[in-house]
Design a protein around this ligand. Structure first.
Ligand code: SAM
Length: 444
């Protein structure tokens, strides 16, 4: 039986694609395209290629993106848990390629959960500068924070507020802003029946209106000369081209830049890029604006300092567990100690769930380490490391939460798979007491 699509959607696509409609329709009878994106903060392409159970074929959308076969369950792969790669539909990596974030920049990802694009931004900036990842739906923001932790991102803030709150408090603060907008999801039809169930012409119209409003707030966050990228995973012209035109009408201080990318195809009548299933991905649209007009500046510097006891405990802890950790700025939130990004604005009123990376929990005068700080560490930075191969049964046992042998090791010890840290334990008497978080443990 043929894959069923809403009739009105088919009519619209036929009108849009003309002679190419049959090729577009035929894609729906094939399995959807999947991909993995290498996390260069933790792993290199050679290690990934050596350990994955399929060969790495590059996609055109990002140098870090590869096709993956449908049959492989990513969560069964130890390197997935270690944050060596992110499971991402290939064309979804196109928007950040257009954003082109640079090391040291301040980047806002305004609609960020579950974090595919945020973690790609962090890899491209080398985690240098500041990544502000916002997600308005609180439960989705927690999943975003957890994905950033798994991928070892240190210099990020995770918040959960409406875009206008960020526009008010962080006007003019960011070098680059990404709006990967909530959309009618037509590019998701092949893998998400819910997107088909929710689709209607009225929904498309409502999504377009919401996107224009979000972009208005995003525009205020961009500094003069900075970049704003708008992307969706849908095909409709009311969203996409329609939204680009409306944005330019409402924001004369921005120009649209021609996409300098080697994938997809030109959009209809505006300088932007479209990707259809015939172009090697499930479907995406991306446009890049540049702010030419001056902007206000609302951010105040972060100036809170931890008390002396916290500062001393944090420094002692870093020196005892790590060999070279440039720990400059800490914060204490109740008993949790955080290692903060160097670039940081004042955070109050911004719905921040997490800033920086969790170092540990204060217990009397010492710190009990957190999973997050080890996920952000390289083996060479840790004083004690248990190295395991990806097919070592001790690794599965560790991920299940079990104690494993750790002959000759002592104290807080990183567990690394193929050179990628995936957690830690406390070694003593030849065994490693398991500290892998309960909520992350695998079963079976
Ligand atoms: N960028 C994400 C990634 O790569 O993993 C995917 C983002 S998804 C396409 C759009 C997100 O926008 C959703 O997580 C949704 O909860 C959020 N959203 C919904 N309504 C919103 C609004 N009014 N303002 C901002 N974001 C909104």
């Amino acid at each position: 039986m043929a894959f069923e699509l809403p009739v009105e959607f088919e009519n619209r696509m036929r009108a849009m694609l003309g002679g190419e409609y049959e090729a577009f329709r035929a894609e729906y009878e094939k399995p959807h395209r999947r991909g993995v994106r290498l996390n260069t903060l933790k792993c290199d392409a050679e290690t990934l290629a050596r350990t994955l159970p399929f060969s790495l074929a590059p996609t055109p959308f990002s140098p870090l993106s590869y096709y993956a076969p449908e049959a492989v369950r990513m969560a069964s792969l130890p390197l997935y848990h270690a944050g060596a790669f992110y499971s991402q539909e290939p064309s979804a990596s196109s928007a950040v390629t257009l954003l082109d974030p640079q090391p040291g920049e301040k980047v806002l990802d305004l609609c960020a959960a579950p974090g595919g694009k945020s973690t790609q931004i962090a890899a491209l900036t080398g985690d240098r500068g500041l990544l502000w990842s916002n997600e308005v739906v609180r439960s989705r923001a927690s999943a975003l924070a957890s994905n950033l932790e798994r991928m070892g991102v240190k210099n990020a803030v995770v918040s959960s507020v409406y875009p206008e709150v960020l526009a008010e408090k962080l006007e003019g603060y960011f070098d680059r802003v990404l709006v990967d907008a909530p959309c009618s999801g037509e590019g998701m039809f092949r893998r998400d029946p819910q997107a088909i169930a929710e689709w209607s012409p009225a929904h498309v119209e409502a999504c377009a209106a919401r996107q224009i409003a979000i972009l208005g707030s995003a525009a205020r966050c961009v500094r003069e000369g900075g970049v704003l990228v708008y992307s969706t995973c849908t095909f409709s012209e009311e969203e996409n081209e329609g939204v680009v035109r409306a944005f330019l009408r409402e924001n004369p201080g921005f120009v649209l830049e021609k996409p300098d990318v080697a994938f997809g195809r030109p959009a209809y009548g505006v300088d932007a890029v479209r990707i259809f299933p015939m172009d090697g991905g499930e479907g995406h649209f991306a446009a890049r604006f540049r702010r030419t007009a001056p902007n206000g500046y609302a951010a105040r510097p972060y100036d809170e300092k931890p008390d002396r006891q916290t500062e001393a405990a944090a420094q002692t802890f870093c020196a005892s567990v790590f060999t070279d950790w440039k720990a400059e700025r800490f914060a204490r939130v109740r008993d949790r100690i955080l290692l903060l990004p160097a670039a940081l604005p004042a955070l109050s009123g911004l719905g921040v769930l997490r800033a920086g990376v969790e170092l540990g929990e204060m217990k009397k005068n010492r710190i009990e380490p957190a999973h997050g700080i080890f996920m952000a560490a390289k083996p060479a930075q840790c004083r004690s490391v248990l190295h395991l191969r990806h097919d070592d049964p001790r690794l599965t046992a560790f991920l299940r939460g079990e104690e494993i042998p750790a002959e000759g090791l002592a104290g807080y010890t990183a567990v690394a798979v193929e050179g990628v840290v995936t957690g830690f334990g406390k070694a003593s008497g030849g065994v490693l007491k398991n500290k892998y978080p309960k909520g992350l443990r695998i079963h079976g």
